[in-house]
Design a protein around this ligand. Structure first.
Ligand code: NAP
Length: 448
């Protein structure tokens, strides 16, 4: 091994990136140094901007990830965007190896007429807005409809349904930005339909998350008994699979008459595929076709239709990753082709470039899934480090300075962190209230 310790760049400071940084400094005696670059001034990625504000225990993973950033071998470079401020070639000039862990930032498309009508909203945008993501700070959502539909039955759909069904009093102790709280306080939404195109046994949400909907005070949850009819294969799954069994049990508990005295209502629907978002000028309904599973288990329409009279449709049908310039990308599966995190191009394994997290395996799993995923990538990266290979030609500091970039350091982020904690204290809210606007975030990072 050459004398200077290996230097690795991790692009993206979400859980996948920070678990990778942790593995890099822990898995070897080689004193690897790690720089974590993020386009935002804030670390923690989806833990900060994806995990629901009322899921405090999952959010507390940030405290674990903070320890990674405080390791003396790890540095944070916020407000540095790959593709805008630095290129892939720059990174390969400055580091021995690069790990891309940029996640899955955009929504998947539904591909039905009316998808672009005002009032048809990607769940990713709505989640970004209530999580205080600076790119969504100026978005506004029309919450004047009494009935809305959420398409998809995954955990993101459950999060969105829950945030819509809760009162602002119930959200008071969360970190939701003040301007979002004002909009939620004015919400007229009273009934939310969560719609699955397949059956209860195929739903993606987890039982713990699903059960929470039934625990909301002031909300009745209803499932139509006929939606719980299971074909033999699904019934078999409901026996043999713990996850499915748990979901089916909770859902069966909601098939009675909904409590009439509750001001808000959630309808969980199955066997309904969206065929059109209808409306003139804005969303006025969601047209659904009844479905069943065919002999091969594929979803197929039955030719029976219904239209839900909703004024807003949230499309929560999954996230997808975005291609990074110059990095191989599979346009069908929306991931970077890789073998155990080693990027694979048309000519085989691409030296010195790796992936971790959702851009490596797709948008699946819980936050903790990224730990083993990142560890695998790092094992392969460390095995590939070549003692006599070419060393970085320049430093990232030189490069960023030559471009006149003002980087947010870890200490700068701590200023913003403290400002958010202080804001919560002054408002009598919870642990923090997020600053969501770029200007406010920048000023908080660099006070004075
Ligand atoms: P997801 O779990 O993949 O769910 C996507 C949902 O959209 C599925 O019900 C899917 O149905 C449906 N869908 C896809 N295309 C559709 C179409 N064209 N028409 C109708 N429905 C369609 O994705 P997600 O909810 O975005 O979650 C992403 C990941 O984050 C998951 O691993 C999730 O568990 C995780 N997450 C975890 C938590 C938590 O732990 N609390 C919170 C949020 C997110 P099909 O199955 O029929 O395709």
């Amino acid at each position: 091994m050459t004398t200077a310790p290996p230097h690795v760049a991790v692009i993206g400071s979400g859980p996948a990136g920070l678990y990778a940084a942790e593995a890099l400094v822990k898995q070897t005696d080689d004193n690897v140094r790690v720089d974590v670059l993020d386009r935002l001034p804030t670390p923690y990625g989806l833990v900060r901007y994806g995990v629901a504000p009322d899921h405090k225990s999952i959010k507390s993973i940030a405290r674990y990830l903070q320890r990674v950033l405080e390791n003396p071998a790890v540095r944070f470079f916020g407000c540095v965007e790959l593709g805008r401020d630095v290129t892939r070639t720059d990174l390969l000039d400055c580091y021995d190896a690069v790990i891309y862990s940029t996640g899955a930032m955009v929504d998947r498309h539904l591909g039905v007429p009316g998808e672009d009508l005002p009032g048809s909203v990607a769940a990713t945008d709505f989640v970004n807005w209530y999580c205080g993501h600076p790119d969504a700070a100026d978005h506004s959502f029309d919450l004047t409809a009494e009935e809305v539909a959420v398409i998809g039955v995954g955990n993101v759909a459950v999060d969105v349904v829950r945030i819509l069904a809760k009162t602002v009093e119930e959200l008071h102790q969360t970190d939701i930005p003040e301007h979002v709280m004002e909009a939620l306080a004015a919400s007229k939404v009273r009934r939310v339909h969560m719609v699955g195109r397949r059956g209860p046994a195929q739903a993606k949400f987890t039982t713990k998350e699903l059960r929470e909907l039934g625990e909301l005070p002031g909300v009745s949850v209803h499932v139509r008994p006929e939606d719980m009819d299971l074909d033999p294969a699904s019934a078999e799954l409901a026996e043999s699979d713990r996850h499915v069994r748990g979901n089916v049990k909770v859902l069966n508990g909601w098939t009675g008459e909904p409590a009439g005295d509750r001001p808000r209502r959630i309808d969980v629907r199955f066997w309904r595929a969206p065929v059109e978002i209808v409306g003139t000028g804005r969303v006025e309904g969601l047209r659904l076709e009844r479905t069943r599973l065919d002999e091969s288990g594929r979803v197929t329409g039955t030719g029976e239709f219904e239209t839900l009279p909703v004024g807003m449709v949230l499309r929560s049908v999954g996230y997808q990753s975005v291609a990074l310039e110059g990095v191989p990308f599979d346009e069908r599966s929306y991931v970077v082709p890789n073998e155990g995190g080693r990027i694979v191009g048309p000519d085989g394994v691409v030296p010195r470039e790796y992936v971790a997290g959702w851009i490596k395996r797709g948008p699946t799993g819980v936050v903790g899934t990224n730990k083993s995923d990142a560890a695998e990538t790092v094992r392969n990266l460390l095995a590939d480090l070549h003692p006599d290979g070419p060393r970085p030609a320049r430093t990232i500091e030189e490069l960023l300075e030559s471009r006149g970039l003002r980087v947010v350091t870890y200490a700068d982020w701590l200023n913003l962190d403290a400002a958010e904690i202080e804001l919560a204290r002054s408002l009598g809210r919870g642990e923090r209230v997020k600053l969501a606007r770029w200007e406010a975030m920048r000023s908080a990072c660099h006070p004075g």
